[in-house]
Design a binder for this molecule. Sequence first.
Ligand SMILES: [Zn+2]
Length: 379
Amino acid sequence: MSSSSFDATDLDRLITGIQSWVEIESPTSDTAAVNRMVDRVQADAEPLPIVVERTAGTGGRGDILTLRTRDAGDRPGILILSHLDTVHPIGMLAGPLRFRRDGDKLYGPGIYDMKGGAYLAFAAFAAVASGNNARLPVSFLLTPDEEIGSVTSRDAIEAEAKRARFVLVTEPARDGGKIVTARKGVGRFELTTTGVPAHSGSRHQDGHSAIKEMARQVLAIEGMTDYARGVTTTVGMINGGTAPNVIPQYCHITADLRVREVKTGEEFESKILSLQPADKDVKLTITGGMNRPPFEKTPEIEALLKQAQTVGRAFGLDVKDTEMTGGGSDGNFTAALGVPTLDGLGIDGEGAHTEWEHAYISSIVPRAKLIQGLLETLG
Ligand SMILES: [Zn+2]
């Protein structure tokens, strides 16, 4: 049995819905703002014939919302993952990311990553739940902190994934609507050097510069990049020193590591954690490690992709997957648990995390249909 599927007559309604979510700005660090967004989704969900659970946030982050079809029971089912936080600070909506339509483009903070996709999944979930058309129980987890590594939602994501047969993630589509079946693993590291300060004019010989030592560490870390092995290392932030005429006592960096395989992650994690200072009078402390495990394309994920292709073919959508992408998502956690995961099911567009972030209107109805079709046919 199939419920009526989305068509062109639904487009205006879907755009209005996306707008209502995008116009509630929700940067991860602003807990009250994220919770206003959770309020909105909860209000949209309450009228549906589903079970709504809201869990108070932890660690100073926003709340977690879980929506379930009523037949959920104990059978393993489908888990949909969306995040409600964005990287954009409050004010982007009144500034460069005013919600607006320009040809096929729809602009707004987080519209592409990922409120557009989250809303389409919500609309598909609502249609399937209302028509009682899913073959499996469906749980829909909406989280508050993906953009900073899902520190407070990872446990909930993994607990739900362990009960699921399939996971669908609504991160943005890419490269012309492609979905994602593999992602690199992500490591994050914090390095601090503590040197010996001195007056740069009168006592230069007494000083041991934290910045000079860190410069060596930066080059050592950046030098670990190996494109042939799919390994990249980036020192993305640096901070140190107090004045032009002081040999600096402190320097701090954050480093980012991307790898294709679990073993490579372990190898480079240990390489970074065992870095030593060249100047023995400077102390080097390193914390961190792999944050998201690699999401590798298994035969089960290949089969799930085939299913998505079958669903798409029925209405003329050619579903392709990308090469392994460097960006991590919550799909990394679920794929690493061995649960077949399809990602990049969200809206298509461009400019994630930028002042020109936009979604493609032409992708709205096809993506909603694709998600709905998966919910109705998996199992
Ligand atoms: Zn995202």
